[in-house]
Write a protein of this length. Structure first.
Length: 278
């Protein structure tokens, strides 16, 4: 009997946004589960570092720079995966633009303050201040990229009657807790709707499509944010999270790993979030 931790042995998995903290953790989890990994990102320095780690561990892999918002780039990525490994069994749509710039942090602080402290009710003026460029930039990666990668993956999965697609969404797509970033929330809501639609379409071909909608992840970006606010502000924010903490990377990678294996889930949104959204 195959060891549980090797349940992806000889499977080929494409992981986008692999150079970020979550993508890197997913890549190593899949490698430990026996998968051959095709990893991509636009950050060449981090992607090269990931390739070196995979080389050292003896993991069969292909590392390729790809802008998922560019359909030609995505087509070339999957063509390279087919040439090297013959097919693709698993796709993890993890690449995304997230609100982590200084302006984003300022909007987040304003919104969380509005949620956790008594103050006059008024418009927070987030949507009215968004630019066309901001809106289209988020949708280009977060929505168009998911479509482009899914389309290419299905062109291999449908003939073989086998596949798993995991779309990394967000609690922002199912709640108003990220009202400070309406462009991000809308893009992740679209990912969830797309997940459900495609899941119903392809389940009959033994291709199961699901989404993970993570809450706050214990990454350096969140640590930096919490370090920059007062203890009182931190305590007020934790009131929104019943578990009182951020999720560890492994808690999220375990969810993705499960969705990549044998199960009976179709079109579901699994949301590890510590009770922030129930």
């Amino acid at each position: 009997m195959q060891e549980p931790h090797q349940h992806l042995k000889n499977k080929v998995a494409v992981i986008t946004g692999a150079a970020g903290q979550l993508g890197n953790a997913i890549t190593h989890a899949f490698a430990n589960a026996g998968a051959c990994v095709v990893v991509t990102d636009i950050n060449t320095q981090r992607l090269d570092a990931l390739a070196a780690e995979l080389d050292q561990a003896g993991v069969p892999h292909l590392c390729k720079v790809c802008d998922v918002a560019n359909s030609a780039d995505v087509a070339a990525l999957f063509a390279a995966a087919r040439e090297k490994f013959g097919t693709v069994h698993v796709l993890v749509n993890n690449a995304a633009i997230v609100p982590e710039l200084p302006d984003d942090a300022a909007r987040r602080a304003k919104h969380y303050g509005y949620l956790t402290t008594p103050q006059p009710r008024q418009s927070l003026q987030f949507t009215s201040q968004l630019t066309d460029e901001d809106w289209h930039r988020y949708w280009g990666v977060n929505v168009h990229g998911v479509f482009y990668c899914t389309r290419e993956a299905l062109r291999m999965m449908e003939p073989q009657q086998e596949g798993r697609i995991i779309n990394v969404a967000s609690t922002s797509g199912i709640s108003a807790l990220s009202a400070h970033s309406p462009h991000y929330s809308a893009s992740k809501g679209a990912v969830i709707a797309f997940t459900k639609s495609v899941a119903a379409e392809v389940a009959g071909a033994n291709i199961f499509v699901n989404a993970m909608a993570p809450g706050g992840i214990d990454t350096q970006a969140f640590r930096d944010y919490f370090a920059g606010i007062t203890e009182e502000q931190r305590n007020r924010i934790w009131q929104l999270v019943p578990s009182g903490r951020l999720g560890a990377l492994q808690e999220y990678t375990d969810t993705v790993l499960f969705l990549a294996g044998p199960h009976y889930l179709v079109g579901q949104v699994i949301s590890p979030n510590g009770g922030m959204v129930i």
